[in-house]
Design a binder for this molecule. Structure first.
Ligand SMILES: Cc1cc2nc3c(=O)[nH]c(=O)nc-3n(C[C@H](O)[C@H](O)[C@H](O)COP(=O)(O)OP(=O)(O)OC[C@H]3O[C@@H](n4cnc5c(N)ncnc54)[C@H](O)[C@@H]3O)c2cc1C
Length: 382
């Protein structure tokens, strides 16, 4: 049986960056991925993810985000690729609503830069007149599939072993090592990192905090005037939904030479979708879902003739409080680390998470306060 310093289970968003950081630091590492890299049966497909610093969810995330911004630039430099596009984000919501007031909390606590914009600043959008508009220049989008492939390739170039299409079935901790069984063999490791996204529950039968997996739909629209939505003309945008929880958001039309996947104006809704078993992520009524996305777009875009060109699904893994869960598994001598519960807002943190999980495996201080993401918070709630 092969022996490793660390095995990373799940080479998706968090796992690929973790594998890279461990290899960069000279550890003997193995990454096991049940599917191919950047697969559409997990949480990371769909071409683009928002990245923003003025975090409406909670100011606690801002120090992590500052590290993530540095990390995105670092991996771009290491691999000589573009992964982060600073398009800016326009935000719209009621002044007292969770979006605008949440942004203002992070801005005032960390002295971040944000500008006010009138509701008609971007002419393709029709924004309710009682909404406030804000614009964050340092925000934009990152490219998930390309980032995962980049991290994996850079990890391999630094000595990591990656095995794709190999599923971890079980693991067992012995006195001085951990044994992993996959559908193709067995491996020994000193430390284990579980970054299995929506599939993690099957590897943690006695895991206490509740996780909920939901199906999330993304659509690509066909506007009448594509030129109004190019990356030079139009930013990423986020609009609070009136009267219901959740935000409606989207991206400019991306240049095809730099992005794979569907073409068009990508839109999505950030709020819990239908609770599912991860195996059934592709089982939905696409006509019905297209209609739902289209009716939202009719509320916020002036162009009423848009049609849905393409639709795709992905999964969120919610924790019970929507905050991530980053910790050692209790009573395991700090040998097993979990990173889960990214609750639909984790991708922008990928470089920071890779560094944190790698440091945890190496027994180093992470240098950031992770108390609000620890398992202890669930025990404290009891
Ligand atoms: C539609 C949608 C839009 C989103 N928008 C944003 C956004 O704008 N900004 C943002 O920051 N975040 C966004 N997110 C959230 C973000 O994409 C996720 O938080 C992030 O991808 C979660 O990463 P992960 O590493 O936990 O899971 P994943 O990236 O899914 O990786 C888990 C990997 O583990 C593998 N695996 C699982 N079990 C096993 C096993 N037993 N053996 C081997 N391999 C295994 C899986 O195949 C998978 O590749 C969005 C998510 C979705 C679905």
């Amino acid at each position: 049986m092969k022996q490793y310093d660390v095995i990373v289970v799940g080479v998706g968003s968090m796992g690929s960056a973790t594998l890279y950081d461990l290899a960069k630091n000279g550890l003997k590492v193995l990454g096991l991925e049940q599917f191919e890299l950047a697969n559409d049966l997990s949480s990371h497909t769909g071409q683009s993810r928002l990245i923003r610093l003025a975090y409406f969810e909670h100011p606690n995330y801002v120090p992590l985000l500052k590290n993530a911004y540095t990390g995105w630039r670092q991996i771009e430099e290491d691999a000589d690729v573009n992964l982060f596009y600073q398009t800016g984000i326009a935000y719209y919501g009621k002044p007292e609503g969770p979006l605008i007031s949440g942004i203002q909390s992070s801005v005032s606590k960390y002295d971040l830069s944000i500008a006010s914009i009138p509701s008609d600043h971007y002419s393709p959008l029709q924004i309710p007149t009682d909404y406030q508009g804000l614009y964050e220049e340092v925000a934009g989008l990152v490219t998930p599939e390309k980032a995962i492939r980049t991290y994996a390739q850079q990890a391999i170039m630094r000595g990591a072993v990656l095995r794709q299409n190999e599923k971890v079935i079980s693991w067992k901790q012995e006195t001085d090592h951990i044994i992993l069984k996959t559908d193709q063999g067995s491996y020994y490791t000193e430390k284990l990192i579980l970054t299995a996204g929506p599939h993690i529950q099957s590897l943690l039968p006695t895991f206490i905090p509740q996780l909920t997996v939901t199906r999330q739909l993304i659509g690509w629209l066909n506007p009448s005037r594509w030129q109004d939505f190019s990356m030079n003309e139009f930013p990423c945008w986020v609009i609070e939904e009136e009267g219901v929880p959740g935000i409606y958001y989207g991206f400019p039309i991306l240049p095809i030479e730099q992005f794979s996947g569907p073409i068009g104006l990508k839109i999505a809704y950030h709020a819990p979708g239908v609770v599912i078993d991860p195996q059934s992520v592709k089982e939905y009524d696409s006509a019905q879902e297209a209609q739902r996305l289209l009716s939202m777009s009719r509320r916020y875009f002036r162009d009423q003739k848009m049609k849905i060109l393409n639709i795709s699904s992905c999964m969120y893994t919610y924790s019970s409080d929507d905050d991530f869960i980053i910790d050692y598994l209790p009573q395991r001598d700090e040998k097993i680390i979990i990173a889960t519960g990214f609750s639909g807002h984790g991708f922008k943190f990928v470089p920071a998470m890779g560094e944190i999980l790698s440091k945890m495996a190496r027994g180093l201080s992470t240098g950031v306060d992770l108390t609000f993401l620890s398992m202890g918070r669930f025990r404290d709630q009891k």
